[in-house]
Write a protein that binds this ligand. Structure first.
Ligand SMILES: Cc1cc2nc3c(=O)[nH]c(=O)nc-3n(C[C@H](O)[C@H](O)[C@H](O)COP(=O)(O)OP(=O)(O)OC[C@H]3O[C@@H](n4cnc5c(N)ncnc54)[C@H](O)[C@@H]3O)c2cc1C
Ligand code: SF4
Length: 511
């Protein structure tokens, strides 16, 4: 067994044998949560190993073909889905985690959400005032700012026009980008490196601080002994195939799990059900299920140009939904288009005149769970959309149709089973309001996921405290979106990073 030096990024081809490493802190997962923790701990003078199952990607590795890109950057080829209510959920496998493929939308959790978290989950230090310094620190480091006008493009501006006409508040989305060119390619990876994904920001900063960043390593279990955690162990895995090779062990004084809210509970379950006196590990799985709609305009929209999700409306947050503009490779969008053969071809031909907008919903009544499978680390996900949450999605679809017609759309393609495939007026769109929907009538997707190791002030009802420390074990911490007590109602990344920033500070003080 050989020891690895610090301040070193390792890729698959560099592992020649089994190895061990000794550090202060092993951080598992290099997404928004883990990368922030790794950098902040190295800044605090701690020896850190950041362990990531996925490989690093450079612009040459990005594939514009949506399906190929998903096969390379997403778990289970981007086809992971829940059972119960079947809903696809994309989770990344890459250095930088979800930030590599996401749209860089940054939102602070609204006041009413934080108030609810504090009162319902017995949290004393998770108010706006407590978290804003952490949001600010992350925002400054990543250059989070509203999308500038020169890269909005028609797809985003038409959304603004529709919202303005109806008196709905909307604004350019705040994003973690520097010098965005509006290429609309965030989903397949930003080839210009404008997106400040974590592999380009926090991970290099952690490296500069002396961290070991080990990619293509899959942590299989947390090693615990005598009521304390001693480190983590697993296998080196080949990029894209996941074929295991060498074994490794990282001994650490503390472990931070930030493997994402679907992998962290599985690792815990595979480690002898660690930290589960509350019975909450893997429970409470929540999503922001999303629906999308296409609107077709007389003039060309050229929807491929413009910041991927450059405009948003938080007008309806208290009603349970947020509205956004959207772009993705046409083949990915086509999954939501009705018809086949000639009619599908005709709709695809409309895309140059089309804008696609989406809504994400706060589905606090729709709860699921994550369970480890007998073999491997891919999770078994069960989740069911609650009928009242389905009504929120129905209202969101109707509202999108209203905004499209107010923006001057000739028609919309609602993508809802049982109503006309194309609708040509606001009056016709009333059907979206009057016809009761079944879950199977709509196409939903949920890429924002949370709560599977939730924080709670009462150790009997949550896995971690509000700083991310596990209630049951002193030196085991969690720093991914699994710690959210409930869905945040807005895009989760910035909140996840703010909480991780606070977790790193709290852990550094205790080491
Ligand atoms: C297509 C898409 C678009 C999105 N758009 C936005 C957006 O614009 N704004 C926003 O706020 N949110 C967005 N999200 C959600 C956001 O990206 C996630 O909420 C965020 O990435 C979660 O961060 P995390 O650190 O909790 O987990 P992740 O980002 O999932 O990171 C976890 C990391 O751990 C690694 N890992 C897992 N298991 C192991 C293991 N056993 N060993 C080692 N490593 C492991 C994973 O490979 C991954 O890199 C989007 C998500 C997707 C998929
Ligand atoms: S819109 Fe294009 S340039 Fe801007 S961040 Fe996304 S991929 Fe990069």
């Amino acid at each position: 067994m050989s020891a690895l030096p610090t301040g070193d990024l390792r890729v698959f081809a560099q592992y020649e044998r089994d190895f061990t490493e000794d550090v202060d802190v092993a951080v598992v997962g290099s997404g928004p949560g883990g990368a922030v923790v790794a950098k902040e701990l190295t800044d605090a003078g701690k020896r850190v190993a950041l362990l990531e199952e996925g490989p690093p990607f450079t612009p040459a590795d990005f594939e514009l073909d949506g399906a190929l890109s998903m096969a390379r950057t997403m778990r289970e080829g981007g086809l992971r889905a829940t059972r119960g209510t079947v809903m696809p959920t994309m989770q990344a496998i890459a250095l930088g985690g979800g930030s590599l493929v996401n749209s860089a939308i940054c939102n602070r959790a609204p006041d009413f959400v934080l108030d609810d978290w504090c009162t319902q989950f017995e949290l004393e230090h998770t108010t706006r005032r407590d978290l804003d310094p952490h949001y600010d620190a992350v925002g400054k480091f990543l250059g989070i700012a509203p999308t500038p006008e020169n890269v909005l493009g028609q797809r985003n501006l038409l959304f603004k026009r529709g919202c303005d006409a109806l008196g709905y508040a909307s604004e350019p989305t705040e994003r973690n980008v520097r010098g965005c060119r509006g290429s609309g390619e965030c989903f397949t990876g930003c080839r210009t490196r404008a997106k400040q994904s974590l592999d380009l920001t926090y991970v290099p900063a952690a490296l500069r601080g002396g961290a070991s960043v080990l990619t293509s390593v899959r942590v299989e279990r947390v090693v615990a002994e005598g009521g304390r955690v001693r480190g983590v162990a697993g296998r080196v895995v080949a990029p894209f195939t996941g074929r295991p090779s060498h074994r490794f062990r990282v001994n650490a004084r503390a472990v931070v799990l930030a493997a994402g809210c679907m992998a962290t509970p599985v690792i815990l379950q595979k480690s002898g059900n660690l930290v589960n006196r509350s019975g909450q590990v893997g429970e409470n799985l929540q999503f922001h299920p999303g629906v999308a709609m296409m609107g077709v305009f007389r003039d060309e929209v050229t929807p491929q140009f413009g910041a991927t999700q450059g405009y948003q409306s938080r007008h309806f947050l208290r009603d349970g939904f947020k509205l956004e503009t959207l772009w993705a490779p046409p083949a990915v969008l086509a999954v939501r288009l009705p018809g086949y053969g000639e009619s599908l071809k005709r709709r695809l031909a409309m895309i140059p005149h089309a804008a696609i907008w989406d809504a994400i919903a706060s589905c606090n009544r729709s709860i699921g769970r994550v369970r480890a499978r007998a073999r491997g680390l891919d999770p078994n996900l069960s989740w069911r959309l609650h009928p009242q949450d389905l009504r929120i999605l129905a209202q969101a679809l109707w509202t999108l149709s209203e905004i499209f017609f107010a923006a001057g759309a000739d028609s919309i393609v609602p993508g809802v089973y049982g109503i006309p495939e194309e609708i040509h007026s606001r009056a016709e769109a009333e059907v979206l309001r009057t016809r009761p929907l079944e879950v199977s009538d709509i196409v939903i997707g949920g890429n924002h996921a949370f709560c599977t190791t939730r924080m709670h002030g009462d150790p009997r009802r949550g896995v971690v405290d509000e700083y991310g420390k596990c209630h049951d074990v002193e030196n085991l911490w969690i720093a991914d979106t699994g710690v959210f007590p409930r869905c945040p109602s807005v895009n989760p990344m910035w909140t996840g990073m703010a909480l991780a920033h606070r977790t790193a500070q709290a852990l550094a003080e205790r080491l």
